[in-house]
Design a protein around this ligand. Structure first.
Ligand code: C2E
Ligand code: MG
Ligand code: MG
Length: 585
């Protein structure tokens, strides 16, 4: 999902109550016949549980759909149990919380009360009276999303100034360009660099430098309009995206306003400080139509401003020295990388915590670029996906991984599974199933050892055709897992419909899990969810002993991460495994 789809929210730290999770399912009375409750479930397939109350509307029990309907699977049981009152069949120990309980608190209560409540759900009361019932899946969804919103905030806002950081800035700039293109309007970009900031930082200390940056950020924001994006790129570099300009004069006006505002002294830690700035500007569509080009040109203009003596601004003009990011050349190189045999697969072991034995490996692609050296996927997977090259690269990865699997088997290693990452675009290809079949045939690999790692985003589109492909893969016998689980913002209900075998808990939840109660909570909830659907749960990115222990205590049976091994070339991993009898300790 693009960053711009998110609202311009601030850090989510308010903790709402359970009210937003409640469904006001009408309760039934204790004396009602069980057969009537059965009819309620049968007439409404969306009912996951029904609350039971006494004559004073005080909850006394809960009837959970799955186990209750199971009682009636045989016809004669209707005769026997149907005539019983619901009070005899209901779960007499439902989890009941007050309507004002916060969502984080209820998550903790559920964890302490026993994880079966995650499946059953819980009842909310107001002064003892029944108000509504909530579903455990919704609760999990909610806490994961809240956590994600916080992670999103951390990843996209500068912690010091609370301004958008480089990532969010780039996204906002791209969106602004699209908007200007549609509206045929002008857009301006300011690149602002403080003069002699290093001098303050070095002589007065970093704490002082931070306060100064904070004060500058506040001043810049006060100069801009609400619709403009003020961002901190790094250190003492700031940018402003100016939308809906009437003419280029608007840029001059803003630049002059900023320089004037900066002239006023600032009070920093009891001292009076003066600092100036140099500003470079570029505009769309005159100077460039691409975000990177606009930024590079505003940057070049900023250097001109510095060269002209600082404390001034310059617009970009032709001939200024532009440093540009050469994405184009990377794309050209990527097109020939497969034929030139420049890719290599590294493998990272996955182990069963209880035995510390390696039970599988994940294949991770690396690119030996002729001039840039070894590149990891962050540098090229996105380009491969955007250009469609991922389809042929992905096929090569599958072939290579299966070949390696057979080499290891023949060399005497015990069977291990082989996990391969699959991009959405690859998965959506009409011949995807055919490709998998052929590769399995050619390599001679048994399907049950191949695990395809899919991401949550894949499940959000075109559910019917996704389900069809998943079922075909399941029929072939390959295993399916969800990678980076928990980061997808998705509705978890798809899990019940799709033939998934394993959840890979994203590393952001594992990081520092032993000290972060929210992380532990999420991992425990995910594990409970996995368990209730008979899925294996693996912890990704486990770096330390403490993370490993905590991940396991919170329900992850499988572990992968630097704690045991970084991804290694095939021969290095093989030597290691053989030397240690496949057991990592
Ligand atoms: P992923 O599938 O979630 O893979 C895990 C990533 O986490 C790998 O990064 C791995 O090196 C890294 N990692 C493993 N353990 C630790 C740890 O303890 N700490 C930290 N900080 N990191 C750890 P890598 O190899 O750079 O791959 C990044 C992503 O690129 C993968 O994420 C996957 O989504 C994608 N990718 C890799 N190979 C392929 C491929 O062949 N095809 C496709 N479509 N995507 C691939
Ligand atoms: Mg993966
Ligand atoms: Mg992952």
């Amino acid at each position: 999902m693009s960053i711009s789809n998110y609202p311009k929210f601030n850090k989510i730290d308010e903790n709402p109550t359970v009210l937003r999770l409640l469904r006001n399912t009408p309760p039934v009375e204790e004396n009602i016949m069980s057969i009537i409750v059965l009819a309620l479930f049968q007439s409404n397939t969306a009912l996951f549980a029904i609350p039971v109350v006494n004559h004073k509307n005080v909850p006394t029990g809960i009837v959970e759909r799955q186990s209750f309907v199971e009682i009636f699977t045989k016809t004669y049981t209707k005769e026997i149990y149907g005539k019983k009152k619901i009070v005899e069949l209901m779960n007499k120990f439902p989890l009941i919380v007050n309507i004002e309980t916060s969502i984080d608190d209820v998550a903790n209560i559920i964890i302490d009360a026993g994880i079966q409540h995650m499946v059953n759900g819980f009842i909310a009361t107001d002064e003892g009276q029944y108000v509504g019932i909530a579903n455990g899946y919704d609760l999990l969804n909610e806490i994961t999303q809240r956590k994600q919103a916080n992670l999103f905030y951390l990843a996209h806002f500068d912690q010091l100034t609370k301004l958008p950081n480089r990532i969010l800035f780039q996204d906002r700039l791209s969106m602004a360009i699209m908007h200007a293109n549609r509206e045929k309007s002008l857009l301006g970009l300011l690149f602002i660099d403080l003069d002699n900031f290093k001098h303050f930082n070095d002589s007065m200390g970093h704490g002082f430098g931070d306060q100064l940056l904070l004060a500058v950020a506040t001043r810049l924001s006060s100069c801009a309009r609400d619709s403009d994006t003020v961002a901190r790129l790094s250190g003492d570099e700031f940018t402003i995206v100016l939308e809906n300009m009437c003419s280029k004069v608007d840029i001059d006006i803003l630049c002059i306003r900023i320089l004037e505002t900066m002239k006023e002294p600032m009070q920093i830690m009891g001292r009076e400080v003066f600092i100036t700035a140099s500003i470079g500007t570029s505009s769309y569509p005159n100077d460039d139509i691409e975000p990177t080009g606009l930024l590079a040109k505003a940057d070049a203009a900023m250097y001109e401003a510095k060269r002209s003596g600082r404390n001034t601004f310059r617009h970009y003009t032709l001939g200024m020295n532009v440093y540009s990011l050469d994405r184009m050349s990377l794309e050209t190189d990527l097109r020939v990388a497969v034929e030139r045999n420049e890719f290599e697969l590294f493998y990272q072991p996955q182990l069963l915590f209880s035995t510390k034995k390696v039970v599988g490996n994940e294949a991770l692609i690396r690119w030996w670029h002729p001039t840039r050296g070894l590149l990891t996927p962050v540098h090229f997977i996105e380009i491969a996906e955007e250009t469609g090259l991922i389809v042929s690269i992905g096929k090569w990865v599958l072939q290579q991984a299966c070949k390696q699997q057979m080499i290891w088997l023949e060399s005497g290693l015990e069977p291990m599974s082989m996990s391969v990452n699959i991009s959405a675009m690859q998965f959506y290809q009409t011949d995807f199933i055919e490709v998998i079949r052929n590769i399995l045939n050619e390599s001679g690999m048994q399907p049950k050892y191949l695990e395809l790692e899919l991401t949550e985003s894949l499940f959000m589109h075109n559910v019917d055709s996704v389900l069809k492909t998943l079922n075909s893969l399941h029929d072939i016998g390959v295993k399916l897992s969800i990678d980076d689980f928990g980061t997808g913002y998705s509705n978890l209900s798809y899990l019940r419909r799709f033939p998934i075998d394993r959840l890979k808990v994203d590393q952001s939840f594992i990081r520092n899990i032993e000290n972060e109660p929210v992380n532990a909570e999420i991992v425990r909830a995910i594990s409970a969810l996995g368990k209730s659907m008979s899925l294996d749960v693996l912890a990704e990115g486990v770096e330390t002993e403490a993370e490993m222990t905590a991940a396991n205590e919170n329900g992850c049976k499988f572990i992968q991460g630097y704690r045991f091994s970084k991804p290694l070339p095939a021969d290095e991993l093989e030597a290691w495994l053989k030397g240690n009898n496949q057991t990592l300790l």
